[in-house]
Design a protein around this ligand. Structure first.
Ligand SMILES: [Zn+2]
Length: 89
């Protein structure tokens, strides 16, 4: 495990985080890839929605998507987009 490795907040896989801008602050991504980040965004959005048949159907789709994500043998390899010196500290 290197100092630049991170653990995905969704599925616990380790990955090399890319830097994302949160406001003015560059921070390492907390998910191994767009798939995990989008998944969590969707789940949050659905959890905050008023329950309805449409939301229930979307949650079913989300569960199917989660199975697909969990079945991946390799996480997306996300390489550092910028110099490793910026990870220091
Ligand atoms: Zn992940």
């Amino acid at each position: 495990m290197t100092s630049t490795e991170n653990v995905c907040a969704r599925d616990g896989c380790s990955f090399l985080p890319e830097i994302v801008m949160i406001g003015e602050t560059p921070l390492p991504a907390v998910y191994c890839g767009d798939a995990c980040a989008d998944f969590e965004w969707l789940r949050r959005a659905l959890n905050e929605s008023t329950p309805s048949l449409g939301v229930a159907a979307a949650l079913q789709d989300l569960n199917a998507l989660e199975r697909i994500l969990n079945a991946r043998s390799e996480p997306f390899s996300v390489g550092p987009l910028i110099s490793e010196s910026l990870y220091a500290g």
